[in-house]
Design a protein around this ligand. Structure first.
Ligand code: PMP
Ligand code: GLU
Length: 416
């Protein structure tokens, strides 16, 4: 180290600096993303790890999307797009919302974003003032409460019950509402529980939502990953009153397996959409133009692409459930959609393996990774201690080995 650098380290190392933002200091990295980073780092180091961790499709991105992206690159369509997204893509998404979800969002009411995660952030930024409360049913996708906190809002967690399939009831919603409540975040099909709300269940919630004058962020990103004869219903399609207060989030990371291309979108009533578009124009300008062409290619071929999705995940889901049935001490609700099982390990905790004490889900996930080379996500990240989230978006051969490891790992636990 030369003296100049040494002086600098010395100088800055000992001078008390002003703290970083209290909002940023109050949150931790996403546990799903952090577990994925650890898993991928271990893979790079040559470790024989397998993952039931982060939820990313094992299917490949459709050829129609790849061709559209390559054509756009070759033809030099690499300039800035409109701040809300390519006009053709917004028209195609407006048609998609109308045909698949029965929601009339005009192209001007649609914002294309860098992933659905960015859509959630932008919707919150455009809606919330500091101190506004947001009702979030638990178990929740890890990002919702942290995103609300980062923006200065207050997450109010509405605990749902295992016995009720982890679906929010009108009574549970009412209990969470205060005069400061502004928004409800609902996710169906749900990450991490796989719960899908029926029309009747949504109508019962909608009655409370309208009565209490709440906005809703309806995250429908898993809408095409459904099991048996389960159907999804979009909240905004229930009535004109729901359409006027609901922003519908979706994206290309799940059904179209384009997760690395980071493309999401959101439809919302005009004034909310306008505020989101202005927000994005400063925060990101727009998502990658090439990813937008890829998305357009996928949408144009969606009638050929989508029918293959369901049978693939139905197979990996059924296989996973058949294996879990052989493991003593675990319980779950059969997922109706998405590609996760939210596995109760409450009966196995606290426990020991040799001298190692395993108190909670975090310690259990650590143990499975260290001793059995298996990545899972601890339930605590989703607001529920005593659970592990397993993603079955995997090739069957990998799933078989991963579930062998899970079974060995859990069978090795002794009470205490
Ligand atoms: N919503 C839910 C419920 C999710 O599980 C995810 C996971 N990626 C997202 C939104 C964000 O997806 P992306 O940013 O990859 O579009
Ligand atoms: N949504 C996926 C998951 O829950 C990917 C990681 C993330 O964005 O949280 O695992």
């Amino acid at each position: 180290m030369d003296w100049e650098v040494y002086d600098l380290v010395f100088f800055y190392g000992f001078r008390p600096m002003k703290p970083l933002s209290s909002r940023a200091l109050a949150i931790s990295p996403s546990p799903t993303v952090a577990m994925d980073a650890r898993y991928k780092e271990l893979l790079l180091r040559g470790m024989p790890v397998l993952s039931l961790g982060a939820g990313e499709p094992d299917l490949s991105m459709p050829a129609a999307g790849i061709d559209a992206a390559i054509d756009a690159l070759r033809e030099g369509r690499t300039r800035y797009s409109h701040m809300a997204g390519l006009p053709d893509l917004r028209v195609a998404l407006s048609r998609k919302f109308s045909e698949e979800n029965h929601i009339a969002y005009a192209p001007e009411e649609i914002l294309v974003t860098s992933g659905a995660k960015q859509a959630v952030f932008t919707a919150l930024l455009a809606l919330l003032d500091p101190g506004d409360e947001v009702v979030i049913p638990s178990p929740y996708w890890v990002t919702y409460p942290e995103a609300v906190r980062l923006i200065g809002g207050i997450p109010v967690i509405a605990q749902t019950r295992f016995e009720n399939g982890f679906k929010l009831t009108p009574e549970e919603l009412r209990k969470a509402i205060t005069p400061k409540s502004k928004l409800l975040i609902l996710n169906s099909p749900c990450n991490p529980t796989g719960a899908v709300y029926s029309r009747a269940e949504l109508e019962a919630l909608a009655a409370v939502i309208v009565e209490k004058d709440l906005y809703v962020l309806s995250d429908e990103i898993y809408e095409h990953i459904l099991f048996g004869d389960t159907q999804v219903v979009s909240l905004a399609a229930l009535s004109p009153a729901m359409r006027e207060r609901t922003a519908t989030v979706n994206g290309f990371s799940k059904a179209f397996a384009m997760q690395g291309l980071r493309l999401g979108y959101i439809g919302a009533p005009a004034s909310w959409a306008k505020a989101m578009i202005a927000t994005q124009s400063h925060a990101a300008h727009h998502p990658s133009t090439i990813s937008q062409y890829a998305a357009l290619g996928c949408l144009n071929a969606s009638k050929e692409i989508l029918p293959a999705i369901k049978p693939h995940y139905q197979k990996t889901r059924d296989y996973t459930l058949s294996r879990l049935k052989k493991i003593p001490g675990v319980a779950w609700n059969d997922p109706q959609g998405a590609f996760y099982v939210f596995l109760s390990v409450q009966a196995l905790l606290p426990s020991r393996v040799g001298t190692r004490k395993i108190e909670g889900s975090l310690a259990l996930a650590e143990y499975l990774l260290e001793k059995h080379n298996l990545a899972t996500v601890p339930g605590i990240g989703f607001g529920c201690e005593g659970y592990l989230r397993l993603s079955f978006a995997n090739a069957l051969a990998d799933l078989e080995k991963a579930l062998d490891r899970l079974e060995q790992g859990l069978r090795a636990l002794t009470p205490g």
